[in-house]
Design a protein around this ligand. Sequence first.
Ligand code: TRP
Ligand code: ZN
Length: 474
Amino acid sequence: MARITSRVLPIAATAVAIGLLAPLAPAGASTHRAFTPGAPGAGDPYFPDMGNGGYDAQHYSLSVKYDPGTKAIDATAKITARATQNLSRFDFDFLGPLKISKLTVDGRKAAYTRTGAQELVITPDHGIAQGRQFTVDVAYSGVPQLINDPALGISGWIATHDGAVALSQPFGSATWYPVNDTTHDKATYDFTVTVPNGLKVLANGDPAGQRTQGANTTFRWIDRQPTASELVLMAIGNYDVRDTRTSTGLRNITAVDPASVTSPTAADDFNKATADVIDWEQGIYGRFPFSSTGGISVLAPTVGYSLETQTRPVYARRSAGALPSATLLSHELGHQWFGDDATPYVWQHIWLNEGFATYTEWLYSEQHGGQTAQQHFDAAYASSGTDWTGKVADPGRDHIFDDLVYTRAAMTLHQLRKAIGDKAFFALVKAWPAQHRYGNDTTAQFTSFAQRYTHKDLRPLFQTWLYTEGKPKL
Ligand code: TRP
Ligand code: ZN
């Protein structure tokens, strides 16, 4: 989804752009602008196959029936997109063994092939003119295969002891639906998920009803704010759900897998702890950018991390135990502003997510009677465990979750805070996500944005902390 610009289009072009007027040129016609294939990647240097070019996905309508016995899904995806060039063909990312049974573009059968690791290449019977909106319907089924990347761990559709959870950072959505899997093509979603009676379904956004027919129940969720594919959430299981409001009135839907906790009051405690952290964060970062929040505690022993899925993070637990700490909640919920609302344009800028999420932990502790951010900084500076190799603003493909992207990036933000002062810093942390609302960000945008908050020259600070390897001198 591209943000609406104020560019004024002639009336006919506007009609084409919003799909009212079908352009006449067929593929291959010798018009002044030829119809050509969309690019198979979206230009991310770390992940060149991820995402695609030539169109802008606007909405995904996903319908999934899941059988936890066979672990198979039977699904349809209806994807609405807008051509950003005259398109003769285009790709989605689609991974693994799922079999396609039907594929249409604007209701007409389209040719398709699956090439390389993840490209679903679609050739509609007519070219699609730049600016036109089009719809792709895909029916498919099979057992999704998760990704186990040697450097980045497990992601994708992950079967659990009683259901499944989908985690997709940096990739994984393509293991269960055809997608333009890049951070810079956000879209809205709706989910229609059918599971055996007794199981619950959670997804991004807001619930839109459920219906039981025979042995199955269908849950609907609607995600109305633009969401990056890496942040799409699907959780199916025997959850203990709480649907309440925080004290600021924000809807707060949490779910606890009873197998992930030991306390009998965990479902209520988790809901309350989430509400408290999110309201504290709204005080620092500004109004929560999405229509509801929450969180999910799930037993998923192979995962080993938590994830800031939009509106509702997932806390994957290795065994039954204590609920996630307030510190961990502050990290994942902090990401809702830094990572989810403002999302890196390409993966090399992930420090803008993890640095802020880690700094949120430091601020949480500072404002709740724990160590100050300065003490966290000093401890990290003195620790032999801190990672001084690599560049924070360009860590490399296999290092996007390394310590430097978390700890050293948080230290960078602390140095910035000291340089510009608290008043400017706390104004900046509100303004930055608002400036990039439902959009993308880059390191260069951040450094020039920060410069507006001070007369000091911040270039040496950023040069040292973001772009230079080795332990900085203080
Ligand atoms: N982004 C997650 C967080 O910090 C962590 C994460 C996602 C992760 N995928 C990972 C960590 C893979 C290590 C490996 O909240
Ligand atoms: Zn994080």
